[in-house]
Design a protein around this ligand. Structure first.
Ligand code: FES
Length: 164
């Protein structure tokens, strides 16, 4: 994804303040960039482009360097995640055992594609390639809780029952 394709997000005043505090805390320390990005993601929920620009400016490094690090590590997200993060497995074992039907049910119910977040920011959907627990296929993970041998008929009930 190019930086120009990322959604625009206007930082709220309290978020600007928080980002400033985070950068000031790490500025001047060796290898400050990754801890700064981690903390922004933890506190704001994702790393908006506007926040990346601020980090680059305050650290005195090129924006492309911040963007490069943000896109290199999969644990960084540049689009807003929902309060509830659904990760469905489409690795071979899960796919064969009906993982695709599960993903299709979720897409239909929430009206979002993998990689997207619902407009109310309640749910995000991601698709993974194997959680390393293939014997329990098909698998979905919601907010770090793993659900095994999921049936497409029950997946929507699971999603709503674990809503934060
Ligand atoms: S394929 Fe889904 S856990 Fe391995």
């Amino acid at each position: 994804m190019r930086i120009a394709d990322l959604p625009r997000y206007e930082l709220q005043p309290e978020e600007v303040k928080r980002i400033d505090e985070i950068i000031k805390k790490y500025k001047g320390k060796k290898g400050a960039l990754i801890p700064i990005l981690q903390k922004i993601q933890k506190d704001i929920g994702f790393i908006p482009v506007e926040a990346q620009r601020k980090v680059a400016k305050m650290l005195g490094i090129p924006e492309k360097d911040v963007y490069g690090v943000s896109t290199f590590y999969s644990f960084f997200s540049m689009i807003p995640r929902g309060r509830n993060n659904i990760r469905a497995c489409l690795g071979t074992a899960c796919f064969v055992k009906g993982g695709k039907k599960i993903v299709d049910r979720i897409i239909k119910e929430l009206g979002i594609e993998p990689g997207q977040t619902t407009a109310d920011r309640e749910y995000s959907l991601q698709v993974n390639r194997c959680f390393g627990a293939c014997g329990l296929a098909p698998i979905i993970v919601i907010n770090d809780k793993l659900y095994q041998k999921v049936n497409p008929e029950e997946v929507i009930g699971i999603i709503y029952s674990c809503k934060k």
